[in-house]
Ligand binder design. Structure first.
Ligand SMILES: NC(=O)c1ccc[n+]([C@@H]2O[C@H](COP(=O)([O-])OP(=O)(O)OC[C@H]3O[C@@H](n4cnc5c(N)ncnc54)[C@H](O)[C@@H]3O)[C@@H](O)[C@H]2O)c1
Length: 704
């Protein structure tokens, strides 16, 4: 015969919504009725009493949420792990509940002060499986799980909550008697859902839909075959009944204004001892990493912590040394944890990209695995980024050559040599860097002064956001003009990536002029820009439209085909220039000035022109060759080619992306590196302004 359960409740004498610490409280401050709350609480207590004994904690003025006793602590047998509340608003409850448990004869375990864990709100016994499901993501820290596991000697499975409305595990997850589970899957990340599905057979899983979930159907009190809850839909009730449960509904709407219902208002005190393990069983893995640089003003630390949390991990800053002077750097030592090795490695590989390194005592050589199939990397390969990267080989850090994004690192025969290689170029036997050991990305120190000196304080203030608005375009153009001058004066290299819109907007003449005047050292595009540029030169139209008059020309829709045909007859654009057939325009200037160009083909190309490379692998190689050594890449209204070029370009190269669509600009400018700038504007206006500014600079003398 089962023993009668004991439940802890706390009367709502001082209950009210007094602050906002979850989305349910928003807009509800002082909007709950005490009278109605008392009535609803009594209704719940009465039903609970029919199935269990009720003990009471004494309510305290100023602690309105004490009514939610589920958050007093986590009880197992005669032991309790006291809650450490995340929000100061609830921390005052801790000593009251501590006293209550001590008086009631429980052994009280306390967690460190700065380690949030919100008791049975975030940790639920699965009696049938003899384990504890523990939530994290909003209120409890993942790092509390190993502490709880060792305090109680239980196995813990960590579940990450991702929907703010379901901020405690017990708002969306309810293990029931005999191994059933009532839960709302969308409140959890994919990894957690997989964990649940691996442990709970499909016939035991009772899934609540969103309507039931927001009615707090999962925030249920299960005593024997009875389930007490605020409200459940007919469908859910039927499924629970089919599983042998009786559902008792009792309205708790006043408490929902604070984000709680039946389960939150109760704490089961008679949790039978489940199987205790000698050693804590919990799958939380952690690693210590260090970061150094202008961690605060460059936002690097913030990005690192955000990435950790977004990827399901947790962090603790073990040490932080703040660089006191403007020029001095800061140092941080961070403990990063995650509920699985794969998740931890995923987080760490992203932190490595931000420049994080393990402490010296944990540094080891990079792990290498041979390529078994041509063009196929071993699993777990490290994917490269735009940042200069080093790998540790035979105890020495070696700089990776040909840095680019989305490659793998291949170590040469002579250890001491490593380079970025694309998947398709991997040869059998090549040694590929795998895992996360012995890899570090070298992030340029992004100090305030450095940024200011490279751009001028005023420019930085809007460029810092990466994307400028229309009204600030003139300022950016000024600066780009100045940089173009400087690069030309020192014999540097600028590559331009351009789409056909440059021609359609009438800006072909400006681009041609930039080429003629030596500001461009390589031009990358597709079939279309060349076709329309040549159409403009030969027939005075672009896509059949007379740009000067802005009207479509009769029969103009065939112009581009006629042009393609003409160039095909001569064999190449250069040949057409030599034969004086083509005597103006962007591509004419390229041929005349000896500026190399590369046209990458696409599925929508007409013709194509003989110069268009339809073998995309060859086209990519050609692009990569032309970008090499560029100090600046100007990307002008071609999403396809600009993104392609962005992936090939290492950090340190200034990218300027001009597009009318902010989404395209954001995608390209958001490389996390200082050098990229996005300009949301019409490319025609941009180029005409740029040419004017260069003219002005020319008139004013040297840019140095
Ligand atoms: N006849 C042809 O052969 C033909 C014609 C068109 C395109 N194509 C090919 O299709 C591929 C993609 O072409 P794409 O580069 O034109 O397209 P895309 O979609 O990659 O890029 C066009 C970009 O221009 C932007 N844009 C549009 N108007 C603008 C303006 N006024 N100012 C600034 N930005 C503006 C858009 O927002 C977009 O991001 C290329 O390979 C191209 O050669 C071939």
């Amino acid at each position: 015969m089962s023993i009668r359960q004991k439940i802890l409740m706390c009367a709502p004498d001082f209950y009210d919504v007094e602050y906002v610490i979850n989305p349910w409280m928003e807009g509800n401050i002082h909007r709950s009725s005490r009278l109605q709350a008392v009535e609803q609480w009594r209704g719940l207590e009465k039903i609970v009493r029919e199935h269990a004994d009720v003990d009471h904690a004494i309510p305290c003025q100023g602690l309105p949420d004490m009514v939610f006793t589920a958050n007093a602590g986590l009880v197992l047998d005669r032991e309790v792990v006291l809650s450490r509340f995340m929000h100061p608003e609830r921390q005052g409850e801790e000593p009251h509940f501590k006293r209550w448990f001590e008086k009631a004869g429980f052994t009280v375990h306390e967690l460190p002060k700065d380690l949030p864990f919100e008791g049975a709100g975030d940790a639920l016994m699965d009696r049938a499986r003899g384990l504890l499901w523990a939530g994290y993501g909003f209120r409890s820290e993942l790092d509390s799980h190993p502490r709880v596991a060792s305090a109680l000697g239980v196995e813990i499975l960590s579940l990450r909550l991702i929907d703010k409305r379901f901020y405690h595990l017990d708002t969306c997850f309810c293990p029931l008697e005999r191994g059933f589970l009532l839960y709302y899957p969308a409140a959890f990340d994919a990894h957690s859902n997989l964990l649940i599905e691996n442990r709970v057979d499909p016939e035991m899983r009772i899934v609540a839909d969103e309507t039931d979930a927001v009615n707090f159907a999962c925030n249920a009190v299960n005593i024997g075959r009875t389930i007490i809850l605020n409200k459940a839909g007919e469908e859910l009730k039927k499924r629970l009944q089919a599983a042998g449960f009786t559902v008792v509904e009792t309205p708790l709407t006043e408490f929902m204004k604070s984000g709680g219902a039946a389960k939150c208002l109760t704490l089961r005190l008679t949790e039978p001892a489940i199987h205790r393990h000698e050693r804590a069983r919990v799958r939380v893995e952690s690693r210590i990493l260090r970061m150094e640089g202008h961690l605060l003003d460059s936002g690097l630390l913030d990005r690192a912590l955000e990435l950790t949390v977004q990827n399901g991990g947790s962090f603790k800053i073990l040490n932080f040394e703040l660089g006191a002077q403007r020029q001095s750097t800061s140092k941080a030592e961070i403990n990063v944890s995650a509920p699985s090795t794969e998740m931890l490695e995923r987080i760490i590989s992203q932190l490595i990209d931000l420049g994080a390194v393990p402490p010296p005592e944990d540094v080891s050589d990079a792990e290498l695995m041979p390529v078994a199939l041509p063009g196929v990397a071993p699993d777990d390969f490290y994917a490269t980024t735009i940042y200069p990267t080093e790998v540790r080989l035979c105890g020495k850090w070696v700089q990776v050559a040909e840095q680019r994004m989305d490659g793998v690192i291949v170590v040469g025969e002579a250890a001491g040599e490593a380079r970025c290689v694309l998947l398709r170029d991997l040869a059998v036997g090549g040694k590929v860097v795998v895992g996360i050991k012995g890899i570090r990305a070298v992030r340029k120190t992004e100090s305030r002064d450095l940024r200011e000196s490279s751009r001028g304080v005023e420019e930085f203030s809007f460029m810092g956001a990466g994307v400028s608005s229309e009204r600030r375009v003139e300022l950016v153009v000024d600066q780009i003009a100045w940089e173009l001058r400087r690069i030309r004066e020192r014999g540097g290299k600028v590559a331009v990536v351009a789409g056909p819109v440059v021609i359609h907007t009438g800006a072909g003449e400006h681009l041609a002029r930039l080429i003629r005047e030596g500001y461009v050292q390589a031009l990358l595009g597709g079939n279309a820009i060349a076709v329309h540029d040549i159409e403009q030169s030969l027939l005075g139209t672009s896509l059949g439209v007379d740009l000067k008059r802005g009207v479509a020309v009769r029969g103009g829709h065939q112009h581009h085909l006629q042009v393609i045909n003409i160039i095909r007859r001569y064999g190449s654009i250069a040949a057409a220039v030599e034969q004086k057939v083509l005597a103006s325009g962007v591509f004419f200037e390229c041929v005349k000035q000896g500026v190399p160009f590369s046209l990458a083909g696409s599925i929508r190309d007409d013709g194509p022109l003989p110069d268009t490379e339809m073998d995309l692998i060859r086209a990519q190689k050609d692009y990569a060759r032309l970008i090499r050594g560029a100090e600046m890449v100007l990307m002008l209204s071609s999403m396809l080619h600009s993104i392609g070029v962005g992936n090939m370009t290492p950090a340190g190269v200034r990218l300027v992306c001009v597009d009318i669509n902010p989404a395209v600009v954001t995608k390209l400018a958001d490389r996390g590196s200082l050098e990229s700038v996005g300009v949301v504007t019409d490319v025609g206006l941009f180029l005409s302004l740029l040419v004017q500014r260069l003219e002005k600079l020319q008139a004013g003398g040297s840019a140095a």
